[in-house]
Design a protein around this ligand. Sequence first.
Ligand code: SF4
Length: 448
Amino acid sequence: MSSASLALAERSAPRYTSYPTAPHFSAEVGAETAARWLAELSPGANLSLYLHVPFCPAICTYCGCHTKALRQDAPLTSYKETLLREIELLAASTPARNVRSIHWGGGTPSMLGPSRFREVARVLSEHFRMDAAIEHAIELDPRLVDAALADALVESGVNRVSLGVQDFNPHVQKAAGREQPYEVVERCVALLRAAGLQAINFDLMYGLPEQSVEDVIRTAKLAAGLSPNRFAVFGYAHVPWFAVHQRLIDQAALAGANERLAQAEAVRETLEAAGYEAIGLDHFARPDDAMAVAARGGTLHRNFQGYTTDDADALLGLGVSSIGKLPQGYVGNIGDTGNWRRAVEAERLPVSRGLAFSGEDRARGAVIERLMCDFSVDFGRVAAAHGFAEDAFDAAVPRLETLLHDGLAELSGRRLAITRRGRPFARLAASAFDAYLEAKAARHSVAV
Ligand code: SF4
């Protein structure tokens, strides 16, 4: 199989921000199971909190997130009130108190505005104990940041921000439905730094409509000139059957597989030349950044936000559609705002789906996480460390044949290493260890 065909195949492989992946969650795990799992956490457990705010002032055409456009203030106040009650409900459900990291995502979580944001952060700190070395991060839209918001973030303990930048070229911004001149981002960065926020991440994208290799290089150079600490660089995923507003994007204006690979490679070269270290599939960081240090030390992790240095014992999700990870399994919140609110008002954990880990899920998840983070794993050792025979996952080897044959991966005993050239195909290598994909394929075969 050529690299181009592999790239096409890669598009249909999961991103493995979790294993098993979210489509395999079921209603078998609901509020009662989540309550039992939360109660079983040890009082000394370290927690990570994720808060989801599913609103944006307008929807960018390329967006694939769980969010909706909102222009009134009242739904924000109502959402904040429910979040406050959910925080109380969660705190009453578990003896664990120590929070090592907080991440606000969306949507545009800063749409809450300074005073509602302060209130939620205050109530969080009343119910949980914030670790001295906490990482408190939020995703921001540079067009909506002003001095009052920056001050509220700093006062609430936020110490890392991610700015949605995507691309600096006006023709790409127009085609992607998000117009945001370079000067807006430049001003936003200056304002955040003046307020005391020094840890700044940029999100960039390739594969957007009308975007070329020259466009991504220009964007990466301009972005690196603003000296953020980290970059996340994502490929645009065209899924108009799921994100209906993407139907406004002209399919003919989208890059093919080879062009996407060339764009991803051009961004990597540009950022590396500017002094950033490549981390995992799609992150870059300054060599002294905690993520670069973790990547070099083999302690990088992967969660629903992508790569992370967070090694908390449990991730608790708050807000509509958020997902948590407890030692026993995944718990997913209700995806509809009205039903989420009604559950919280009835003092019931708003959990509608999830998955209880089997021993095999944990072992396969560990193999996949190491492959995605380190590009290398001894799957025999991981199997043995989880109480399985060393050859438990040998059935993956025939599925790796194309990658091995094309020099995109190498196998020595049971140590699988993805080569430099093979890195864009790490998800395919990981999928060889995914027992759920196999089960699905088997069902399809029978059906046909
Ligand atoms: S700001 Fe982000 S979450 Fe909101 S519509 Fe645009 S891309 Fe989606």
